[in-house]
Write a protein that binds this ligand. Sequence first.
Ligand SMILES: [Zn+2]
Ligand SMILES: [Zn+2]
Length: 330
Amino acid sequence: MKALVWRGADVAVMDVPAPDRVPGRALIDVAFAGICGTDLHIRDGDHPRAKPSLILGHEFAGRLAEPAGGLAAGTPVTVEPLLWCGRCPACRSGARHVCERLRMIGIDEPGAVAEQVSVPAELLLPLPATMDLRFGAFVEPLAVAVHAVRRSRLRLGEVAVVVGAGPIGLAVATCARLAGATEVLVVEPAEMRRERARELGFTVVDGATLTAAREAGEGVGQVLFDTAAAPAVAAATTGWIDPGGRIVLVGVYSRPAPVDLQRVTFAEIEMIGTRVYRRDDLETAIRLLDSGAVDPRPLLTRTVPLAAADTALDLLRAGSEIKVLIEVAA
Ligand SMILES: [Zn+2]
Ligand SMILES: [Zn+2]
C-alpha cells in the first residue's frame, strides 16, 4: 500500500507492506488524514520519540475494513490515538491521557497517512453515518480545543485571549466562544491567519497592544490560551492577562522556556497544563461537529491527494494554510 513515511532526512510517499490482521486490533481503510505541527517536528528530527521509517498521521477518519470492536465492516470511524501503559499512577487514577509512558499512533506506531492503519479495537470511535469524513479527520484537533477550554474553567461573560491562529488556536477560539466568552482576542503575526481569524469574528490584536492596555490599567482578559508555544511568547503571556487570570498551555514547548514568575506571583496568575484529551473530549468533538455547533469548513483550507502527501508538510510550514488534509479515499 501507499503511505507517507518519515525517512529520517525527509518524508516521501512510498510502497510499504499493508498492516497485518492481529486479533484485538481493527483495520481501517483511511479516507482523510490531517497533518499538524507534531508532524513537522517529526520531519525536522525534533521529536524525542519518533524513529525513521515511521508512517505519519494521528488525526484521521475512515471506514472499518472488517468487523471490529462490535462494529460492522464499513462503519465510519475515527480513533483515540493514545497508547497508555495501564500501570503508572496516572493510568491507575483514570487519567491515562497523562500516562508517564504515553505513546501515540503516528508517532510511536505506524500512522494513518496510508491506505490502511491498524489500531487497538478499544480505541475506535464510531462516527455518525451522515458525517463528512473530512470532519471526522478534524475530531482529534478539535478535541484538543475542547479539552483546553474545559481545563480553563472559562465562565460565561469572560474575555479570552488566544495566542496563535493555526488550526488549534482557531478551534480553541471557536470553543471559547461557544463556552460563553463574550469576546475572543487573537494574537497572531501571520497576515493570512489574522485575516482568517477576523473572518471568523474574532478580534485580532498585537501583543504590544495587550501589554500597553494592561499597563494602562485597562482590563485585557481573564483566560489566555497559548497555542503558539514559542519561547518568546512564554515570557510575554503573563503580561497579556488580568490579575487573577488563568494561562492555559495548549501548544507543546520543545524545551524549557523563560516565564515571568514574578508576574505570576504578584498577579496570582494560575498556569494550567493540558495534554491531548480524554475520551470524553473526543466524543464531545464528534457531537459539536455533528450538531453543526462547530463548522470546521473555514479551517479545512486545503486537501491534497495521498500521492502528493509529502507536499502537505511544506504547505503547512509555509503558514498560508490552516488545516491541511490528505485525501486517501473519499
Ligand atoms: Zn496533531
Ligand atoms: Zn500509564
